[in-house]
Design a binder for this molecule. Sequence first.
Ligand code: SF4
Length: 316
Amino acid sequence: MEIISSVKSADNHTIKYVLRSKLNDYIEATYVDYYNKHVVCFSTMVGCPNRCVFCSNGYEHKNFVRVLTAHEMYQQIMAVVHKVKEDVGYDLENPRLSTVPFSKMRPTLFSAMGSGEPLCCCEELPEVFGFLKGQFPHTTRFVLSTTGNPVSCIIPLHYKLDELLRDRYRTTFSLHSARQEVRDKLMPGSPKISAIMDVLSKYQIKHHRHMDYNVLLFDNGINNTKEDAEAIANLLREYKLTKLVTIKLSIYNPVERCSLAPLSKLQIFEFGDILESLGVDYEFYRTNGSDVGAACGQLYSYKRQEMEKKETESDK
Ligand code: SF4
């Protein structure tokens, strides 16, 4: 796995890397340096079989190639860590002589939030997090983001992570709307919300496990009306999860060929106020690197040969 290009955001907090695997697949990952947080966000797949319409991989779901092996995920992360060390002037050959301490860039959080659905990596992801836990004992958090597809993998993956990491990992579930008809439009082909909630709630309540439910808010009343807020509050009440869930309200990072538009920060906080008045805990989730295509939903991965074949065919 080699890094073939990198680009830094204007605020200097985020670097996006493009990597090439030995099988000639292209994968994207990011490093975020935000005050005391040093985050490596990595991809778990080449492409993604899910069809989230707001994500660059979802749009190209037919080009889904494969799940990365645990070794490839690990190599991807280590390539990023080494490149960051090099970029900030850390002496890789003689760490003791380095004028820049490793603590200045040592990852504090590893996040499986790049391309891919972590639930499809039930075997690989615990292996990768296990490696990282040994390699970076100071890491405080391991995070994954899932759409809940396939539902049958929710429990097996979480049991493995429970055993491995105890309370050092956190799951973000992509809710986006509690209304089935809206979810069907945003994430076509995703399991029914009731099927996901049946499993998630049993797991969360049994293990008293707190989770973040992510809600990307879009303009034009798609999922930010009072009815949408009430639907979220009712869903959490119905499944007795009000005290075990924080709703993370996020700004949508536009991706090519997607006609959805982001909501302003002010409108997001207004929606948050409605949630709060209904007894729902919420936070505003800040994303980094949207100006260089490094933010949530913008990372992309693909197989070079397939892209080249497609380009040649369209030239004919
Ligand atoms: S948001 Fe995640 S699960 Fe959905 S298509 Fe994109 S990479 Fe796949």
